[in-house]
Design a protein around this ligand. Structure first.
Ligand code: SF4
Ligand code: SF4
Length: 281
């Protein structure tokens, strides 16, 4: 079963929920797909035992064949190619490795070379099998690295995908194919605004979803009203509690220290598995 944990905006406690959920389940696989800023391992503290570079393929011009006709640059929708009188300029960061330029080249003048975009690290923490993607600084697109990371999924286990924040392509890439998505939000006008966007993404991708309200007690009850009036399950409320914040600041997941929470996360998982969004208020 694949459970992704997402949020319409950063800083809502998405990784907190994903980590505490994972630590409440035996034999889980955790993939930190927030590749621009992976931080789950601050809390999981997995010992990294493997590192692997991730590359994408970009065009390389064979000047023995190229006649600078310009057809490749005309075709490229991403402006990753420009043809000048005696050179074909390749802009690696813009290339989406679609392969189209090779198809349209009449002189078979395009070959491929690998370009590193980041790495995948693997390790374990107790019974949690941990992976994280780390995108190289300055890379424009995270989706190829997230794709590579998701190829490590072991679908015979429970897989927790820690999605990037927001609702852009890296989030779509992460949550696509999930059996369920937990949307983490906070009870503020900003939280509600971004939750609404995230809900639209889930509907568009036809992924079942429910909501966890983090820092319950701040703000107002409009997130809950929105969920109730749209028949969206509020799976859990995590209170705005100084003990939780203090543990967070020390890099300690609160299920390890505060009694009762491991059981609540297990119940949350059970409700997801049963296809019923229970209410744990
Ligand atoms: S389409 Fe082929 S031959 Fe034409 S400019 Fe591009 S690489 Fe050169
Ligand atoms: S592979 Fe696709 S995106 Fe990259 S340069 Fe060729 S046409 Fe453009």
């Amino acid at each position: 079963m694949i459970i992704s944990v997402a949020s319409g905006k950063g800083g809502t406690g998405k990784t907190t929920v994903a980590v505490n959920l994972a630590l409440s389940i035996d034999n889980v696989q955790y993939l930190d797909c927030d590749v621009e800023e992976p931080n789950a391992n601050i809390f999981l503290k997995a010992e990294i035992t493997e590192r692997e570079d991730v590359t994408v393929e970009i065009p390389e011009i064979n000047y023995d064949r190229c006649d600078f006709c310009g057809k490749c640059a005309d075709f490229c929708a991403y402006n990753a190619l420009a043809v000048v009188p005696s050179k074909v300029l390749v802009f690696p960061e813009l290339c989406h490795s679609c392969g189209g330029c090779e198809l349209v080249c009449p002189r078979d003048a395009i070959k491929w070379k690998k370009r590193p975009i980041g790495k995948i690290e693997h390790g374990s923490s107790g019974s949690t099998d941990f992976y994280q993607g780390i995108l190289n600084v300055g890379e424009a697109t995270a989706t190829p690295l997230i794709k590579a990371l998701k190829r490590r999924m072991d679908k015979d286990r429970i897989v927790v995908l820690d999605a990037p924040p927001g609702t852009a392509c890296p989030v779509m890439e992460t949550v696509e194919g999930s059996d369920y998505c937990i949307l983490v939000t906070e009870p503020t006008p900003f939280g509600l605004h971004d939750l609404k966007l995230a809900v639209e993404v889930m509907k568009h991708l036809s992924i079942p979803f429910g909501v966890v309200i983090n820092r319950d007690g701040i703000g107002d009850d409009r997130v809950e009203q929105f969920c109730n009036s749209n028949r969206i399950s509020v799976l859990m409320k995590i209170p705005h509690d100084k003990r939780i914040s203090t543990l967070y600041s020390r890099g300690v997941p609160f299920v390890k220290e505060l009694s009762g929470w491991r059981e609540r996360f297990r119940k949350l998982l059970l409700s997801i598995e049963e296809g019923v969004g229970n209410d744990f208020r």
